[in-house]
Structure formats: structure tokens, C-alpha cells
Design a protein around this ligand. Structure first.
Ligand code: NAP
Length: 450
């Protein structure tokens, strides 16, 4: 059975692992990535000061070492190969393309200079080739981060953490240099609902209070009415409340940077100055409204305030990008699917032999480890649906490589990636970091041709 997996992030690697472990048939996996480097979110999304999370790539390396696995980096679906090419060369296809687009706020001023979506800011500090040239201006003292999820928390931490701590991480060199010059002293994390509805997880929230020279600030009034447990509590909500309570009772030091965690406010307009860049953010105060089904929503009270900030970073969730030939669901902003089987979004008929895993299937939810069972579940569908498919004759396994060569595409093997990695590790050692990433695709390909 020959299977193509598009995308080499966690969901793609966990799907490969489950497929390659099948005992009923021999599976050959070709994994494509549009970048010469593997690991998707782990390399381009996970915050640099969370190196322990990145250690998961050791598991993916074991999968990549299997003799029936090939990596083909620098091959972009929709540019270098088409869905039709894949259908010709493989029995089954798995889309593991993640969520590379940002959800939109839909408010006036969104998109102006210094109103920068999370994916751009994260890609910039993580050295993602798409965002290495992003114009990130850190000359202002105050910044707003919209959203109460772990991405908002990551962004706030990177903005405020001392560069001395960051230089020991794999943060991109250009970002480290910009953060060394940063004038940012205050960050506001803005939640539209209350502390009890916040999406961030306790470990990540607690870390905000552990940064050198940074005080978390929570107005005690914002916790009023919350059901704060006497002890630490066991649920995410209870733990978050205890941490927020501790923040609220902390005495901030005048010399420290401030990280304000605020609730019950929705952004309604991004204000622009004469240079066309952000000069403020208009917020509307909210009150909570419980729906008949028990879910908690917000309603604007009409009361407004303008936050004096020079940059706005919406971190309100992501969406899958549309790829030519891959059915897209405009409502969920993901690849159209039913339980991981790709479907036509209009007729809802199953597209045979095509599957989707990870965030492109479900939207941006769950920690990295949760993709292991989720991808294995879809691999189970593939085994059940694909009985006998391996009997269909396909072109030779190397035909896909020849096709790419004919088209002038320099596919990067896993072995070649390891060479790039060696270079990054040597460069990183100079500043005591695990690696210093190469951020330019041309430079990567050039190194491999030397
Ligand atoms: P998320 O957890 O879904 O949080 C999104 C936040 O944006 C929510 O607070 C949401 O509020 C808010 N929001 C959505 N639309 C909004 C709007 N129009 N106006 C104002 N606020 C709005 O998403 P995420 O932070 O992007 O994280 C994605 C996934 O990655 C999560 O599973 C997260 O745990 C994971 N992650 C984990 C780590 C880690 O482990 N360290 C780091 C980063 C990300 P409502 O709740 O009111 O909708």
C-alpha cells in the first residue's frame, strides 16, 4: 500500500507511525512538506522557550528511520504537485496541512500596520521562512494581545521575557536581536469572556508569573463573582482561578515590566495614527449571558474605553488554508471532512481514498500529544476502507521523484534535512542554544548543493 501524507507536523507524523505499524499489509509512506524542514508546528509554532515540548521530534525521527518511509521536503501541493498527481502515484492520501491562516476579528482597522496576526508574529520569532521578513516594530511601550488561549500566553511571554533567557533557546536570531532592542514594557492579554471561560491551561498561565522582571497584574474586581476554590482545585478552571487570584494579590514592583490579564472586553476598533499604524484599541465592556444550552456567551454593554497601545496582536485561533483541488469547508474553515474522511462540502459525498488529520480536520484544538490517538483513529478508517486497494497498479516508487526533478523541484530527503540540522546545531552552540535556525529556503537548498 502506498500512501502520501501531506504535511510533516505532529498529526502527519502520528498518522505515518500508525500506518507504518500496520501488520495486515506493508505500507510505504511518502511524506511531503512545502518547506525543506520537517515538523510543522513543532518547529514553526511551539514557543522557543518551551524546548521540552520540542523533544517530541525524537519520536518522529524514529518513524522517519523506518525503511518504508520517505520524506520529500520543499515540495508544495498545489504548486509543485497536484492532487491528481498524488492520486496517480498513491493508493491513499492524507492531508495533514494544519492551520496556517488566522481567523479574523472583523473589526475596523484590522490589518493595518502593527495589527499583526498571531501566525505572523509566531512565524517571525520562530524563523519560519514565510515570516522572516515580517516588519515587527517593538518601539512602543504597550502592546495588546487579543484572546485568552495558550497562543496569546506564548506571545505575551516572548514579548516580555528577558533576551538573556531567550538567547539560550532556538528563537530566530533576527527576532532575538529585535527583542534585545525592544521598548515594550506592558502587555495586555484581553479576554472577551471571564476568568472561568478562559482557554489557557494552568501550567502556561502560571509561567506568566515566573518570568524574571515581569509582574502579572490582575484587577481583583475582575475575579469578583468567580467560584474560586479554597484549595488548588482539580479542573483547569479551578486551577486557573487560583493562579489568577495569586496574581491579583501580588504587589507589583515599579521597576518591573507588567503583564495585565484582563477579562470581559471585546475589541471593537483598531485606531490608526498619521503613519497608518496602530495608536490604540477601542474595547467594549461585556457581560456574560448564559444560553439555554448552558453555554456562556457575551453581550456588549455599550461601555467603551480606548487602550493606549502601539501594537495589536490578535491570537483568536487559526484556520486551514485552501489548497487547489482539496475540498474546503467555508463554515468550519477546515478541509471538508466527515470524521477524517474527506468529503465534497456541498453533496457531502465521500472523496474516496482521501483523509485529513490534525488541525486541518478539527480546527486548532488540543495539545500535541492528543494528535497521536486522533491520527491513529483516522488511520483505522484508512485500513478499514482500503482493503484490496494495494492491488491497484501504480507507477514505480521513484516515478514521483523523477516527476519532481522534471519540474525542476529539488526535493529534500530526511538525510538532507539532518545535514541542515547539523549546521543549525553548530551555529546555535555559539550562543549556547540548541540550534540557530536557517530561515531562508534558498540558503537551505544552497547548503545542500555545496
Ligand atoms: P484557543 O485556545 O481556542 O483560544 C482562542 C481565544 O481567542 C479564546 O480565548 C477565544 O475566546 C478568543 N477569541 C476568539 N474569537 C475572538 C474574538 N472575535 N474576539 C475576542 N476573542 C476571541 O486558541 P489558541 O490560543 O490559538 O490555541 C490553539 C490550540 O493550541 C489550543 O488547543 C492551545 O491549547 C494549543 N496551544 C498550546 C500551547 C502549549 O501547550 N503551551 C501553546 C500554544 C497553543 P472564546 O473562548 O470566548 O471563544
Amino acid at each position: 500500500m502506498r500512501i502520501a501524507i501531506i504535511g510533516s507536523g505532529p498529526a502527519g507524523f502520528y498518522a505515518a507511525e500508525a500506518l507504518l505499524k500496520r501488520s495486515d499489509t506493508t505500507v510505504h509512506v511518502d511524506m511531503f512538506d512545502r518547506l525543506p524542514t520537517p515538523y510543522g508546528l513543532v518547529r514553526g509554532g511551539v514557543a522557543p522557550d518551551h524546548q521540552n515540548i520540542k523533544a517530541v521530534t525524537r519520536v518522529y525521527e524514529k518513524t522517519a528511520a523506518r525503511p518504508t518511509f520517505r520524506f520529500m521536503g520543499n515540495v508544495c501541493l498545489g504548486r509543485d504537485i497536484s492532487v491528481d498527481d498524488l492520486r496517480q502515484h498513491y493508493h491513499q492520501i492524507v492531508y495533514a496541512v494544519g492551520n496556517e491562516a488566522d481567523r479574523r476579528l472583523g473589526i475596523p482597522g484590522e490589518g493595518m500596520t502593527r495589527c499583526t496576526p498571531a501566525s505572523v508574529f509566531i512565524g517571525w520569532y520562530n524563523g519560519h521562512p514565510d515570516y522572516r521578513q515580517a516588519q515587527i516594530d517593538l518601539s512602543m511601550p504597550r502592546v495588546a494581545v487579543i484572546g485568552n488561549g495558550n497562543v496569546a500566553v506564548d506571545i505575551a511571554r516572548i514579548l516580555l521575557r528577558s533576551p538573556v533567557e531567550l538567547e539560550k533557546t532556538d528563537i530566530a536570531e533576527h527576532a532575538l536581536e529585535a527583542l534585545r532592542q525592544s521598548q515594550v514594557r506592558e502587555v495586555f492579554i484581553l479576554g472577551r469572556r471571564g476568568p472561568e471561560q478562559a482557554a489557557f491551561t494552568p501550567v502556561e498561565l502560571k509561567e506568566l508569573g515566573e518570568m524574571e522582571g515581569v509582574d502579572p497584574v490582575v484587577a481583583p474586581g475582575e475575579l469578583a463573582g468567580c467560584n474560586i476554590p479554597a484549595s488548588e482545585g482539580s479542573s483547569q478552571q479551578e486551577k486557573n482561578l487560583k493562579i489568577l487570584q495569586a496574581f491579583a494579590s501580588r504587589q507589583p514592583l515599579a521597576a518591573n515590566k507588567k503583564l495585565h490579564v484582563r477579562f470581559f472586553v471585546s475589541p471593537v476598533e483598531v485606531m490608526a495614527g498619521a503613519d497608518g499604524g496602530v495608536t490604540g484599541l477601542v474595547l467594549e465592556k461585556n457581560r456574560l449571558v448564559t444560553q439555554p444550552d448552558g453555554s456562556v456567551n457575551v453581550r456588549g454593554t455599550g461601555e467603551k474605553e480606548t487602550l493606549d497601545v502601539g501594537m495589536v496582536l490578535p491570537a483568536i485561533g487559526f484556520a486551514a488554508k485552501q489548497i487547489d483541488g482539496v475540498p474546503y469547508d467555508k463554515k468550519t474553515l477546515n478541509i471538508a471532512n466527515e470524521d477524517g474522511r474527506v468529503i465534497d462540502p456541498v453533496s457531502r459525498a465521500v472523496v474516496p481514498n482521501e483523509y485529513v488529520v490534525g488541525w486541518a480536520r478539527t480546527g486548532p484544538q488540543g495539545l500535541i500529544g492528543s494528535h497521536k490517538p486522533a491520527s491513529a483513529y483516522v488511520a483505522g478508517h484508512m485500513a478499514a476502507d482500503g482493503a484490496g486497494l494495494e492491488g491497484r497498479e501504480l507507477p514505480e516508487p521513484d516515478a514521483i521523484l523523477n516527476l519532481l526533478k522534471q519540474r525542476g523541484v529539488q526535493a529534500v530527503s530526511f538525510g538532507s534535512w539532518k545535514k541542515l540540522e547539523e549546521v543549525e546545531v553548530v551555529r546555535g552552540a555559539r550562543r549556547g542554544a540548541p540550534r540557530d535556525k536557517i530561515t531562508d529556503v534558498k540558503a537551505m537548498l544552497g547548503l545542500l548543493q555545496e
